[in-house]
Design a protein around this ligand. Structure first.
Ligand SMILES: Cc1cc2nc3c(=O)[nH]c(=O)nc-3n(C[C@H](O)[C@H](O)[C@H](O)COP(=O)(O)OP(=O)(O)OC[C@H]3O[C@@H](n4cnc5c(N)ncnc54)[C@H](O)[C@@H]3O)c2cc1C
Length: 491
């Protein structure tokens, strides 16, 4: 077994934590430590690491006390939320105090007049929205992992979500954040409830994508929206990926407010048609020539979304696309986004993940180069002996075609060689993205996989990032080893 038991922590650290937080928030039992041994990143089944102690704070002051103890004793601290991250960001480092943020789960303020809310950061995305629904409000950040993943991690990983093309991602929602720095100081960053600001530096946005290496986010002030009255979901197939992209571009140019738009490659389309055949005993009427499927939706007042749909269908037709007639197929896509039920495998995600993991290179590719990137993806996956799951192009900037692309493959965790080949694949794919003038990650983050290797993308800018890290975390105790070193990829 290759688990890392950790550098034995001085017992006085645990005692000090118990003194400052109370015994009921500090845990050293093996079975509790083991439950934090890994996240959802592909890694060999017997490779995990354990924290020395787990703490479960419920307030900003609790978190600050933990970091102060860590600072005084030079002990690493790892924030761990839902554990659904796919880059190893929450995986414990040797000898660490692991902060389980999920006790920070209170919604602190609902300010309907200003359309903002203040929440503790450990609340799950679904729980936040259940609370907001009581006020007719909605936080439209919508990752598939929402029942488990948290607001703090959505900020820390700069995640994407179903409705990104209309509402954006963390930087578009985050107005203000309360953060505990690496010295255990509590600072408020941002511009309170103002929706924009030109003063100071945007330090709250530095927390976006920082993966817990600059500070632990304990509270966030978020822009929220009224829940749309109605929604229409459609799908159309196209002869090429680029014609699907052009139609989306036309919808936006025409002034339509597209609420979600995902373009899937032929391979992923085949999973949907296969699942449909299995379930209904007949094939859907999808033409043989279909190379891409665009799923899209409009949300808002009924009359407006009806108009939007009809206008969009005209654009689809003008581009030679064909509307998918089978509602069940369209709805199976929508279900897969919202119930963690990935229809193509007829299994719930967590079960399928245990057998064969979904692994992805999550790349930002310039819009005109998607076809080229897709061809290279098939080549690179084949070269590394990995089974292709398919490509999905999400869009993450408001009102813009803004590709965040998941190039997915299957990874069998029980096969260490396959895990190694997976990281070779991620390495080659990441370099390919940079060579196409894109970026190595759009939703997973650096974590333990791209850290350091990402110098290929950032060059000397990585040294400036390290300087910023020193300002917030002078002793390098906040999630060390993440973002700046890679466990899996060598240069
Ligand atoms: C089935 C499934 C579906 C998914 N769907 C999506 C999707 O649609 N879109 C998407 O972008 N991702 C998706 N993911 C990836 C994952 O859910 C996200 O990365 C998510 O942000 C992780 O949230 P978490 O609460 O589980 O965080 P964790 O995995 O526990 O932590 C993630 C990182 O954030 C840091 N962190 C956590 N909380 C804080 C905090 N309060 N302050 C500072 N740092 C913190 C951790 O140290 C770690 O580096 C999916 C994952 C799974 C397993």
């Amino acid at each position: 077994m290759k688990y890392l038991c950790g550098v034995k922590m001085n017992e006085s650290v645990v005692d000090e934590l118990k003194k400052r937080l109370g015994k009921d928030k500090v845990f050293t039992d093996d079975f509790i430590r083991f439950s934090y041994s890994r996240d959802w990143s592909p890694r060999p089944a017997d490779y995990y690491s354990l924290p020395e102690v787990v703490v479960k704070p419920t307030s900003t002051e609790d978190v600050a006390e933990v970091v102060r103890v860590a600072y005084e004793n030079d002990v690493p601290v790892v924030p761990f939320a839902g554990g659904t991250g796919m880059g190893g960001g929450a995986v414990p480092v040797e000898g660490c105090i692991l902060i389980d943020t999920r006790g920070l789960n209170r919604l602190l303020e609902v300010d309907k007049e200003n359309m903002v809310v203040v929440t503790q950061a450990g609340i799950t995305v679904s729980a936040l929205n259940e609370e907001l629904a009581k006020y007719g409000l909605w936080w439209p950040h919508d990752p598939e992992s929402k029942p488990v993943s948290t607001v703090g991690a959505a900020i820390a990983c700069d995640n994407d979500g179903t409705f990104g093309i209309r509402y954006g991602k963390a930087a578009d929602y985050l107005l203000d954040a309360v953060v505990v720095t690496g010295k255990g100081e509590v600072v408020r960053l941002g511009h309170r409830k103002a929706l924009c600001s030109s003063t100071g530096y945007k330090l709250h946005w530095l927390m976006v994508g920082a993966e817990g290496t600059l500070g632990i986010v304990t509270e966030a002030t978020l822009r929220v929206f009224a829940k749309p009255e109605a929604r229409i979901v459609e799908a159309a197939v196209f002869k090429s990926l680029s014609s699907a992209v052009s139609v989306l571009e036309r919808m936006i140019q025409a002034g339509l407010s597209v609420e979600s738009a995902h373009i899937n490659c032929k391979k992923r389309l085949q999973f949907y048609t296969h699942a449909y055949r299995q379930k209904y005993g007949r094939a859907p009427e999808i033409p043989e020539w279909a190379e891409a499927i665009l799923f899209f939706s409009f949300g808002g007042d009924k009359e407006v979304i009806e108009f939007s749909r009809n206008y969009a269908l005209r654009l689809v037709e003008d581009a030679g696309g064909v509307l998918v007639k089978e509602r069940e197929l369209v709805e199976s896509w929508w279900t897969s986004k919202h119930l963690l039920e990935f229809e193509p495998f007829k299994q719930k995600w967590p079960d399928s993940q245990r057998v064969k993991k979904f692994g992805a290179a999550d790349l930002g590719i310039p819009v005109g180069r998607i076809e080229e990137a897709y061809r290279k993806y098939l080549e690179i996956a084949a070269k590394n002996g990995l089974e292709v799951l398919g490509m999905c192009v999400y869009h993450q900037r408001p009102n813009r075609v803004s590709p965040s692309i998941s190039f997915a493959v299957f990874v069998d965790d029980g096969n260490p060689d396959e895990v190694r080949r997976f990281y070779d694949y991620v390495s080659e794919m990441s370099k390919m993205a940079v060579n196409l003038e894109g970026t190595m990650s759009t939703y997973i983050g650096d974590g333990e996989r791209l850290g350091g290797f990402n110098r290929y993308e950032h060059g000397s800018a990585l040294d400036y990032m390290l300087e910023v890290k020193r300002v917030f975390d002078p002793k390098n105790i906040l999630n060390p080893g993440k973002k700046f070193t890679s466990k899996w990829i060598k240069d």
